[in-house]
Design a protein around this ligand. Structure first.
Ligand code: IPE
Ligand code: IPE
Ligand code: MG
Length: 261
């Protein structure tokens, strides 16, 4: 792939068959840094730059939604210096980039148990979501203090509350009722999941939403995941045959329930 000319959609890709929502597990920042004899935080810093460009790339190439896994409910197990650095990085990036992202028409969402974050970070996130809510160029969601199991437990709790209050009967509970209670309620499910760094697992990411996503794993570390690497993932996505349980016939549309959350 010619990396010098990736401002527009690479010729190898069919604009009509791009994923409408890409999810990324940004993994390998620490190993990228270690390989260079640098502290792990240097990898996080470079990883943040790569993410910034990926959002713009989605806009340039016509991919309307991107969700990035930035911090899991399990990542609190890391040394406090690393956790503190990451929290400070989220805040700094947000303060620095918000104006430009807003100007470019990016709608920002944060998904996860945001109550577990510092009040200052919660406030900056809430302001950013409010400021960009009407934007339509790209919907960029960042998963922070996110855990798929926790999200599902919370969704069950909300649905159970409706039943308890008599707003919904037990027999009526549908997939749609549960989906509406997810952090991502109302956003179409990702059709492509990318995980970098050679690991091939979900690590508690979007357990419900990824039910029918195409999974793409690459050995590249996240701080090296540039536009050329993204294009390779998209080429592979377009070569896949998505059947949704049906038979091999690309003319058969996916069941609506699998395309909309
Ligand atoms: C991903 O990179 C970033 C976060 C989890 C915040 P890692 O920090 O997991 O990097 P590795 O996997 O240790 O190399
Ligand atoms: C997953 O990466 C979480 C994020 C990318 C934010 P991890 O590095 O935390 O996942 P494991 O521990 O390898 O499963
Ligand atoms: Mg990792």
């Amino acid at each position: 792939m010619n990396a010098s000319n990736l401002k527009t959609l690479p010729i190898e890709l069919d604009a009509q068959r791009l994923p409408q929502h890409v999810a990324v597990i940004m993994d390998g920042n620490g190993r990228w840094a270690s390989k260079r004899h640098m502290p792990r935080i240097a990898g996080h810093r470079q990883g943040a730059k790569i993410l910034k460009d990926l959002v713009r790339c989605c806009k340039d190439w016509g991919i309307p939604a991107l969700t990035a896994y930035a911090f899991s409910t399990e990542n609190w197990r890391r040394p406090s210096e690393e956790v503190d650095f990451l929290m400070a990085l989220f805040e700094k990036m947000l303060r620095h980039e918000l104006k430009e992202l807003d100007r470019e028409g990016v709608r920002l969402s944060f998904i996860g148990d945001l109550n577990g974050l510092s009040p200052t970070l919660q406030q900056v996130m809430a302001d950013a979501m409010e400021q960009t809510r009407e934007n339509t160029a790209v919907h960029f969601s960042v998963a922070v203090n996110y855990g798929g199991r926790h999200e599902l437990v919370e969704a069950c709790r909300s649905v159970a509350g409706k039943v308890q209050r008599g707003e919904l009967s037990l027999g009526e509970i549908s997939e749609d009722d549960l989906e509406q209670q997810l952090y991502s309620g109302g956003t179409p499910c990702p059709d492509l999941l990318i995980r970098t760094s050679g690991e091939q697992r979900l690590s508690n990411f979007l357990l419900w939403q990824l039910a029918y996503a195409e999974l793409y794993f690459t050995d590249a570390f996240w701080p090296d995941f540039d536009r050329a690497a993204f294009a390779e993932a998209l080429v592979e996505f377009q070569a896949r045959d998505r059947r949704f349980g049906g038979l091999k016939d690309k003319g058969i549309p996916a069941p609506a329930a699998l395309l909309t959350a």
